[in-house]
Design a protein around this ligand. Sequence first.
Ligand code: TEU
Length: 545
Amino acid sequence: MAVSDWKKSVVYQIYPKSFNDTTGNGQGDINGIIEKLDYLKTLGVDYLWLTPVYRSPMNDNGYDISDYYEINPDFGTKEDFKRLLDEAHARGIKIMSDIVINHTSTEHQWFIESRQSTDSKYRDYYIWKDGDGDQPPTNWESKFGGSAWQKDEITGQYYLRLFDVTQADLNWENDSVRQDIFDMINYWIDFGMDGFRFDVINLISKGDYKNSDDIGKEFYTDGPRVHEFLHEMNRSTFGDKEGFMTVGEMSSTTLEHCIKYTKPERQELNSVFNFHHLKVDYKDGEKWSEQPYDFLELKKILFRWQVGIEAGGGWNAIFWCNHDQPRVVSRFGDDTTEEARVRSGKMLAIALHFLQGTPYIYQGEEIGMTNLYFNSIDRYRDVESLNAYSIMKERGISDSQAIRILSDKSRDNARSPVQWDGSAHAGFTTGTPWIDLADNYQHINVEQALADKHSIFYTYQRLIELRHELDVMTYGKVVPLLEEHPQLFAYERQLDEELVIVIANFSGQMVEAPADVNIDGEVLINNYDSYSGKFEPYQAIAVKK
Ligand code: TEU
């Protein structure tokens, strides 16, 4: 059942390169997505978000765009994309595309012209500065490691690149840059898109270019003109399109800013991703560390955002996984036995999907795909992981420790091919996949999941149905429960007379039911057949009072 209210929708994220290959070249393509639309319809999702499929040298797998108006031939053609839209729409599924406008590839025509001379018409499309003596203009660091400034030999100036050296930051202060971007967005709206995901959109407004005590974040995160720029973008592009879905990816943002980004009357965006809850396994803020996750901190952060966004009149996106994150069942669940994987996979789904905001499911999450446990650096493909590996080695971390850290944290964990069946390469390709698969595809795959009515897949399917049916899941107030409990994650949703209670045991042990929580009522979902009065390992239950 498709829903007309965007707030009741559930989004499924597709990483096309790893979704389904129809040509045998080892990389997924747009036709591969079309082939699986019936599967996605069975799951019941309302929107698909595709990570970038535009022309790109693929140094950052498409987040380095060299032509916003063309489709990367590795993925197919514009006609294929048009057919995807039509075929999806015929099934009541809408499509969101990814808009990457903080930076372009250095192979984009604007940058090629920009770097030629300080007089180029496009010079001011990017951020060029003189060095400080023989040092870069400031001490800012790239999010992918190294200085955030790259010296260019042609003019001797440096350009800013917050990500890879081949991803140059655009200069949003320039009116022509904004106009060209808005024209491009309007082109894709006219093409038939139903929504957009905006990449690192809270980094577009740079403030002062000064040395930082940190890596520079404070000068460009939620920068001085960001709300003005987003409002202008909204007014110049999608703002008046009824039901158009927009989500902004916000790097290191704050609750206060996210309320502003999403409060409808401010006319900026519909919803936001923030990542604070996914840093609970960073040691002192360092991603590339070995650190068990902090459960109490996870709850604290999620609830702070749940309650805060609602009180401020904003809107959240809720998610465990995306193409930049390790697999959640390996991270906050337990993939060490088949029983634990299935139980904890379902538990994580239930714990998340009753929260407030728009739920996102990342490809493969619905069948409980796991991390990859690659044992050598040659198996990694991701630019961030490869840079992190070199930096760890330079810092004297041993090879085995660096590999252990990557196997927990690398973005490649999310980027291996979707496991469709137990045949060669999990049915993803007839050729050689661009990245290795997890070894477990013979028993963890879509074919198996569909055949087993107790699989994780059917938990996701049921959760989507419930969200469509029960207003309380969308509009209910969130009331955190048992905030200090070391194993249970619990909350209520309340809407008028309706009350739903959700309790999830994040541990692999039996947990006594706390005296102050009563879960009598109509069981909406339970990942065990019954409830004994105690919570079984990874048990999760939602009841309606
Ligand atoms: O990611 C934004 C971002 O900040 C990432 O660096 C993320 O925090 C990191 O991968 C986690 O360690 C977006 C895209 O989702 C990502 O795939 C791109 O590489 C990045 O922007 C640059 O476009």
